[in-house]
Design a protein around this ligand. Structure first.
Ligand code: FEO
Length: 399
């Protein structure tokens, strides 16, 4: 058993072979589900639970760390099922344990365990629990990355338990940053994790750092990947989060067009619309991307970092093409709100692609631009001219 410090033990479960997390997140380096046991002189606490798949393995580690003592508290810093899936099993094993969590997490955990009668002890920012010589202090850290999230601070050992915050889907046998062998892989995993999990919540990342940094923690114990230490990777990881989550001040507006084209007709529209945008707003960075053969993760990143978006699709089977929907699956649903989106495309008979996409973007609360620009079959010279004007008008509306 590895320890973080005196009376603070690691009871993580390693999953080095995991290659897909949450159904769609590619994880080339596996992951770990980190959890910790804190042994006070009078009371014991478990920090974060585990994935349901690993409940038995995790509970065996917890029991070994407890060394015949009973846990008094299970602290849930966050209730996503990779950390809460084994809570029901934990309650069965330790029926007298008290769950400690935020008010948002208290609602979630009843549905996750299917135990509506559950009554967790709800803690607020700066509430604390005395374990006897060791104190758990709770720091509200919402939207990192769910509304329920909080940090747990153990001042006597200078350890901050931050759950997903500063984590990474990365797994090496040694659980400390100083034991990392493949540093480049860890850096890649750390950035991918930030992009997938934290980037949509950049303003809250800044707030989370504002709460974490004054603690001057020697150790940050996350729920995935290596434990971060002051003389290891901790400061570098904090600096990366600061940099990546800083408000983006772009000198020029970025307008991106994403399209696919069966016979080149929607492509022609995309090219003319791009010309129209550039003509109306010369200082704008207007770029058209053909989605055929494109890396969708990269396209999603382009989309999410654009100030305005245009989507072009033909209509096939009374709908937009599957690769358009694939792109939309990468949309950052938090930050698409109010973002201008225009739609265009060539169609043969009925042209349902554009209204279908409009409905989706409206559901995402984007600012869907009207009218949509559609052309039946092959665009004429007049259609291409109108496409340029459509692009120019859309750009002028951005101000
Ligand atoms: Fe690792 Fe948001 O769960």
């Amino acid at each position: 058993m590895q320890s973080l410090a005196k009376d603070v033990h690691i009871v993580s479960v390693l999953n080095p072979t995991m290659r897909v997390f949450d159904v769609e997140m590619h994880t080339e380096y596996g992951t770990s589900y980190n959890s910790y046991v804190v042994l006070g002189a009078e009371k014991c606490a478990i920090i974060d639970a585990n994935h349901a798949t690993f409940a038995e393995d995790w509970l065996a580690r917890v029991e070994a760390a407890l060394d015949n003592r009973k846990p008094d508290y299970l602290v849930l810093n966050h209730t996503e099922p990779d950390h809460s899936g084994s809570v029901a099993a934990c309650l069965e094993r330790f029926p007298d344990i008290t769950l400690i969590c935020s008010s948002a997490a208290a609602i979630n955990i009843k549905s996750i365990t299917n135990l509506p009668e559950l009554a967790p002890q709800v803690v607020k920012n700066r509430n604390s629990i005395d374990l006897g010589g060791l104190t758990l202090q709770f720091i509200a850290a919402p939207f990192l990355h769910w509304p329920d999230t909080m940090f747990t601070w153990l001042p006597e050992r200078s350890i901050a338990f931050t759950c997903d915050f500063l984590g990474a889907h990365y797994c090496e046998p040694r659980l400390f940053d100083k034991g990392i062998v493949y540093h480049r892989d860890y850096s890649t995993a750390f950035k991918e994790y930030y992009d997938a999990i934290m980037a949509p919540f950049a303003p809250w990342v800044q707030k989370g750092l504002d709460k974490l940094e004054p603690l001057q923690a020697d150790i940050v114990a996350t729920s995935h990947g290596p434990v971060l230490t002051r003389d290891g990777e901790l400061q570098a990881c904090i600096d990366w989060y600061r940099q990546w989550s800083a408000p983006c001040e772009r000198a020029v507006k970025k307008i991106s067009l994403f399209y696919c084209s069966a016979y080149g007709n929607t492509r022609k529209l995309a090219e003319c619309i791009t010309d129209g945008i550039s003509g109306a707003l010369p200082s704008t960075q207007a770029t058209a991307y053909d989605l055929v053969g494109a890396d969708m993760v990269q396209m999603g990143a382009e989309l999410n970092s654009s100030d305005a978006i245009l989507i072009g699709s033909p209509t096939i089977n009374r709908d937009a093409l599957p690769m358009i929907w694939k792109l939309l699956a990468h949309i950052d649903a938090v930050n698409i709100v109010k973002r201008p989106v225009a739609l265009f495309g060539s169609y043969g008979w009925s042209g349902e692609a554009l209204p279908s996409l409009a409905e989706r973007f409206a559901a995402l609360k984007a600012a869907v631009y009207e009218p949509q620009f559609k052309v039946q079959f092959v665009p004429s010279d007049a259609d291409l001219k109108a496409a340029r004007e459509f692009g120019a008008e859309f750009a002028r509306n951005l101000g």
